[in-house]
Write a protein that binds this ligand. Structure first.
Ligand code: S3P
Length: 430
């Protein structure tokens, strides 16, 4: 049963069935932002139902951009061209770091002052990583102490820069490339590790030229964007919960149609295969530069393994669910190089360790990750989502193999990325 904030999950014996995963959150944010500053009306099928993407639509709506849901569930955004209207009030980014960080890139190029704020969790998250490049480009930005929200931005004409971020972050890359549209020359972002490239792909879909060489992406200022009609692929990070659920029960089979297969995100599938899940992908297609396919997964021996280095960056959003199911693997799972997990919607290393221990698991928590031995039996427990969508969903999956019922407090956090998650999980868990 799901109440406003609490969900109970009973142990299951198998998961089987087809799940239609909502549109990718990363792509939906970028499409909404670029559609807002494009010329013409864009239409998106399967746009993410996430509360986070509503935050983005709310912010662009407050700057004169009309948007609406059509009868057939699509979202239409009426672009206003490169110049937005000054917002009458501070812009509410809710729980969404993506909204605050990426929209700041566009706001830095606007001839007005704006302010962005978020909820309690977002108010703790680091923003210096976007303030630094945007300040170098000539925007005036101030924040609360320690580079935390709220942010005040005085935008205007920007200088093109060559920027080398210290942290590998696709949000930072997209922020700087979006600001680069308003730069006086060519702006380059050279990343330490290649991150998801939805920003570059979306910019190209809307008609901008973006060059890529090695880990660098380049954009020329002054380019105009044109509206598109697009289908948003199913979110692979949301699909991860069902793939891990299948991995828990040998012989279980789930089919997930229309899932994002972008190579900068699909490393997850390789790792799951290495850990023992049987996966095949069929009906591969390309939509506006993004690969999409139907994923079929069958549970088999669930071995576990290590996630480190570039893999950690590539799987950063899926580590909570991998950690939550780690005790059920044969050899356990070790996560390294993951300090970024401590500054997500919650401290995800601490949240995973706390919940696993409440279920009776042994966990070694480290500053940059954790080691969770395999071959453990877990019991049901009363767990906390810590207000974090991925923690709520990760532990709903772990609860399927526990020996008694689990209660997740604050389960409605799941709506931040996947409002129908608990219904969908219940349909396939038997
Ligand atoms: C995202 C990038 C990642 C990811 C987040 C979405 C994006 O964050 O964790 O959920 O859409 O670019 P960072 O850029 O902070 O690594």
């Amino acid at each position: 049963m799901v109440t406003d904030t609490t969900a109970s999950v009973r142990p299951a014996r198998a998961v089987n069935g087809v799940v239609r995963i909502p549109g990718d959150k990363s792509i939906s944010h970028r499409y909404a932002m670029l559609a807002a500053i494009a010329e013409g009306t864009s239409r998106f099928q399967n746009f993410s139902a996430a509360r986070d993407c509503e935050s983005t639509l709310g912010c662009v709506g407050a700057m004169g951009v009309e948007w609406r849901r059509t009868e057939h569930g699509a979202i239409e955004v009426v672009g206003v061209g490169r110049q937005l209207k000054a917002p009458a009030q501070a812009l509410d980014c809710g729980n969404s770091g993506s909204t605050m960080r990426m929209l700041s890139g566009i706001l830095a190029g606007q001839p007005f002052a704006s302010e962005l704020f978020g909820d309690e969790s977002l108010s703790r998250r680091p923003m210096a990583r976007i303030m630094k490049p945007l300040t170098e480009m000539g925007a005036k930005i101030s924040s609360s102490e320690g580079g935390r929200p709220p942010l005040k931005i005085q935008g205007g004409p920007l200088k093109a820069i060559h920027y080398k971020p210290e942290v590998a972050s696709a949000q930072v890359k997209s922020c700087v490339l979006f600001a680069g549209l308003f730069g006086d020359g060519e702006t380059t972002v050279e990343e330490p590790i290649r991150t998801r490239d939805h920003g570059e792909i979306a910019l190209r879909a809307f008609g901008a030229e973006v060059e890529r060489s090695g880990n660098a992406a380049r954009i020329r200022g002054g380019q105009r964007l044109h509206a598109i009609e697009a289908l948003v692929p199913g979110d692979l990070s949301s699909a991860a919960f069902f793939l891990c659920a299948a991995a828990l029960f040998p012989g279980s089979a789930v089919t997930l149609p229309g899932i994002l297969m972008n190579p900068t995100r699909a490393r997850l599938l390789d790792i799951l295969i290495q850990m023992g899940l049987k996966i095949s992908v069929a009906q591969l297609e390309e939509h506006h530069g993004e690969l999409v396919g139907t994923v079929e997964a069958c549970g088999a021996a669930w071995k576990g393994g290590t996630i480190s280095g570039a893999d950690t960056a590539a799987l950063i959003d899926e580590i909570p669910v991998l950690a939550a199911v780690a005790p059920y693997t044969e050899n356990g799972i070790e996560v390294r190089d993951a300090t970024e997990l401590r500054v997500k919607e919650s401290d995800r290393i601490a949240a995973c360790a706390t919940n696993l221990r409440k279920m009776g698991a042994e966990v070694e928590e480290r500053p940059d990750g954790m080691r969770i031995p395999g071959g453990q039996r877990l019991h049901g427990a009363e767990l906390d989502s810590f207000g974090d969508h991925r923690i709520a969903m990760a532990f709903a999956v772990a609860a399927l193999r526990a020996e008694s019922e689990t209660t997740i407090l604050g389960a409605d956090a799941a709506g931040v990325s996947y409002p129908t998650f608990f219904e969908d999980l219940r349909k396939i868990a038997k």
